[in-house]
Design a protein around this ligand. Structure first.
Ligand SMILES: Cc1ncc(COP(=O)(O)O)c(C=O)c1O
Length: 318
């Protein structure tokens, strides 16, 4: 595993060296996981000498929705957050693929406090170098977790909060102890929800099927992206509907999708091989489209991209 580190962290309005980016142990963020965050990627285009943040505006919209549900007031505008991300990525001098994480958090206070005059809402951003994993080529062996995805009436999966990943951790570790890669979690209704850190899609009888946003999933931006690419570029019918556990065992292909996971093929589920056990044709076609769109190679999807260097990288290299 690459060590989690970087030269700089953006914290509460300024760039600070990695070792100084600390929060007190008595904050609600530390004590009870009271934060809402985003996981975004930026992709390097060799042709353009540019690093592109992928669907950044959509991530910040979701961050605001999650914060609203948690009644957190984010003390920065969208433009300030974008500028903060860019200043951090530039300070770290990244010229290859990265994963970055804007996090809003509650500072010192009580569990009952939420108004800006009673508890401070802070923000920090981490940006880490993160190349794609080898498993994008090989696929992962998955299983169905015995842990249920946290439900909308208890701890909404729609909110990307640190505390929700307690549920993910239980599922990841159980799967790992049992010899599997990332598991698939069912919701409290017993239908397929998502992975602990990614959404899931399957190919069945020529259609791309994925659980609806009401199935206790995070409203994934990668899922939206792939649905659009599948329809527009591959002409595949995409269906959002509940998926039964047993359907997982008879589908032709399946993959996880997420900013971190990217388009991660699933080779088997509970020891049922999917197809011939190697990444399927549609999965590979979607991987290819996704990475080309994210690197700016498809003009139609350039509106998803925000350049970090804005020509500065090329100028520096020349
Ligand atoms: C639980 C969970 N579901 C789904 C996703 C995928 O969301 P997105 O595509 O917006 O990154 C993530 C994060 O990547 C996640 O942590």
């Amino acid at each position: 595993m690459p060590k989690m580190t970087a030269d700089w962290v953006w914290m509460d309005g300024r760039l600070v060296p990695w070792k100084d980016a600390t929060l007190h142990v008595a904050t609600e963020c530390v004590l009870r996981g009271e934060n809402v965050f985003e996981g975004e990627r930026a992709y390097w285009s060799e042709e353009e000498g540019e690093l592109f943040m992928f669907r950044h505006a959509d991530h910040i919209r979701r961050l605001r929705e999650g914060a609203r549900i948690m009644r957190m007031s984010i003390p920065y505008s969208d433009a300030e957050i974008e500028a903060a991300c860019i200043s951090l990525i530039r300070a770290c001098n990244y010229r290859s693929g990265i994963h970055f994480r804007p996090v809003v958090y509650f500072a010192d206070g009580e569990l009952t406090q939420y108004r800006p005059d009673e508890i401070r809402t802070g923000m920090f951003i981490l940006a880490l170098s993160m190349p794609s994993k080898d498993t994008l080529r090989t696929g992962v062996k998955s299983c169905v977790s015995t842990w249920r995805r946290n439900g909308d009436l208890s701890s909404p999966s729609r909110v990307k909060s640190g505390a929700n990943y307690h549920n993910s951790r239980l599922a990841y570790i159980e799967a790992r102890l049992n010899g599997f890669g990332p598991p698939i979690m069912l919701n409290n209704a017993g239908k397929v929800a998502e992975g602990p850190g990614a959404c899931i899609m399957m190919m069945r009888q020529g259609r791309l099927v994925t659980p609806p946003v009401t199935a206790d999933i995070l409203e994934s931006i990668t899922r939206e992206t792939l649905m659009e690419l599948a329809r527009a570029e591959l002409g595949i019918e995409v269906v959002e509907r509940d998926i039964d556990r047993s359907e997982l065992y008879v589908c032709d292909e399946a993959f996880f999708c997420g900013s971190g996971a990217e388009v991660l093929p699933i080779s088997s589920i509970d020891h049922y091989d999917l197809g011939d056990g190697t990444p399927g044709q549609v999965t590979r076609a979607l991987q290819d489209l996704y990475f080309r769109a994210a690197r700016g190679a498809i003009p139609k999807y350039r509106h998803w991209l925000t350049p970090v260097w804005g020509g500065a990288a090329r100028a520096a290299a020349e």
